[in-house]
Each structure stands twice: as C-alpha cells, then as structure tokens.
Design a protein around this ligand. Sequence first.
Ligand code: NAP
Length: 292
Amino acid sequence: MIADSKGAVQGGAVRSGMTDLQSPSLPLLSGGSIPQLGLGVWQTPAGKVARQAVGEALRLGYRHVDTARIYGNEGDVGQAVRESGLPAGSVFVTTKLWNDDQGYDQALRAYDASLRRLGLDSVDLYLVHWPVARKRLDSWRALERLLDEKRVRAIGVSNFLVPHLEELLAHAHHPPAVNQIELSPFLQRRETVDLCRSKGIVVEAYSPLIHGQRLDHPTLVATAERAGRSVAQVLLRWNIQKGHVVLPKSTNPARIAENARIFDFTLDAAAMRELDGLEEGLVTGWDPAAQV
Ligand SMILES: NC(=O)c1ccc[n+]([C@@H]2O[C@H](COP(=O)([O-])OP(=O)(O)OC[C@H]3O[C@@H](n4cnc5c(N)ncnc54)[C@H](OP(=O)(O)O)[C@@H]3O)[C@@H](O)[C@H]2O)c1
C-alpha cells in the first residue's frame, strides 16, 4: 500500500480519509504506514470462501489483509484484491515465510513463489513466520536483501519474544518493522511489547478474539454491556488503545462488519485497567517461549 497523500499525522497515527472505517494507520520504521485493522485469513478455506471474505472486508472498508504461505489462500487473497476494483496499491497485503522455506536461498525463492501466487509485484509486508532455530538469521538476511532491492515495502517477524528479538537486533542491518504475536487481555506479553515499543517496532496482535475461547468471560460481558458493544468489539478495542494492529479473522459477513466498528467508541481508563487485570498467560496457538 502506498501511504495516502492526504493522510495527516494524529498522535503518532496517520489518519487516512480513504476508508469508510476510519482505521488509523501506524508509521513503520522503514517508511510508509500500516492500517491498524486487518482481516486475518488463517483457517479461512481456500477458494470461494476466502475470496468472498476478503471481498466483503474490502467492500466494507478494510484496507489490510494478513495471509501466509501456510494458510494456503494467497492466490484467493490476491484475486479478491484485484477484483475489488480498488486502485492498485491501496490494500496493504502481508504474507509470511513458512518454516520449511527458512534459510537464505530458500527464503528468496519462497518470496518469489508467494508473489506468483498472490499475482503481485511486491507485498507491503513480508514476515518470518516463526523463529526457527539455526535458520532465522539467514532468513532475515534474505529479507533484508529483498528490502534493499526494493522488492518488498517492509519486513518483519512473527512469534519473536525478547530473546529472539535481542538476537535479531544484534545481527540485523535493518530492524524488523513489525512483530506479529498472539495478544489479548489474557496474554499480554508485556516484556516483548515493551521491547518492541522502545525500538519503534509495530506490534500486531494475532488471535485478538482469543480464537473464540473467552467470549463469555464475565468481565468482558459486563464491559461490553456498559459500552453498548459486543465482547469481540471490546477485545479489539483494547488492543487498538494499546497502539497495536489487530487482525481478527472471520468468514461471516456480519462479524466482518462488527469487527470493523471499533473506531467510534473508547474504553475508559477503568475498563482498560479491568481488562489489563485478566492476564493469565493463555496461549491459544503455538507458544514461542519454548523455541530456543
Ligand atoms: N503469525 C502467526 O503465527 C499467527 C497465528 C495465528 C493467527 N494469526 C493471524 O491472526 C488472525 C486472527 O487469529 P485467529 O484466526 O487465530 O483467531 P481470532 O481472530 O482471535 O478468532 C477467530 C474466531 O473467532 C470467530 N469470530 C470472528 N469474529 C467474531 C465475532 N465478532 N464474534 C464472535 N466470534 C467471532 C471466528 O469465526 P467465524 O469465522 O465463523 O466468524 C473464528 O472462529 C489469523 O487469521 C491470522 O491472520 C497469525
């Protein structure tokens, strides 16, 4: 995505007048910016379902889609973006380097293969999906080359915790622009978030709806009732107010719309404190803490 020339900086975020959703964008270290709301497509079945979900999201005003080679739907994401009728470059597309493809030469080949499937000349953000031992630094060198050659707009990592980030920062010529990690009130990864913040690395929250696992939690239900919103909206808003990118996944048009209506209300300080108190180290996906 090319930053909106009409965007104005507001409190560190670039507010684009282009989307119906009024999703702010966050500045990236390597230049440009990233919309704070993106549609996640993990476990979105390839084919018509994926194309319809992405198409519906773009119609509603989402301008950011988060896919990965391992999700098996890059081709559908690319097709839905092309068929949206939106101007070329107006949708921020992320894809990721899968573990089998890590290593310097393999990563370069994997990037080209992802571009072919997406039908794009470059992506806005390419992430190392997982900190694979003994390979992640070679993978990073490959991503740095892609960035130096302007074949990708930004590079970053996913599932990197403090030890992985410290190692990377000690070796990198370019720091990661983004770290995508699982984040919700039940899993706050405070040390990792603090390190990212101190280095200007944008934090992206994956599984921000806790993969559906705590939507009936009494504190969330009460907060949602007070705010006149759904629990899903409260969870997303909590991450937005922390300054993170959120990547909710849905294939249901009503939920895709619901998950986008998060920029027209605010959780007050008491509600934020209450949600902050829910930390329980709940990992719904893989736990990178065990990855040396
Ligand atoms: N980098 C990584 O390693 C990694 C790992 C996991 C996820 N991610 C990214 O993060 C995205 C989101 O994470 P996720 O898919 O694990 O989980 P999530 O977004 O936390 O939750 C998705 C689940 O919640 C349901 N849902 C969506 N909106 C809802 C709403 N408003 N009310 C009630 N239920 C709702 C969805 O069902 P329906 O589809 O039926 O609505 C689905 O079952 C992924 O798609 C992917 O892009 C990245």
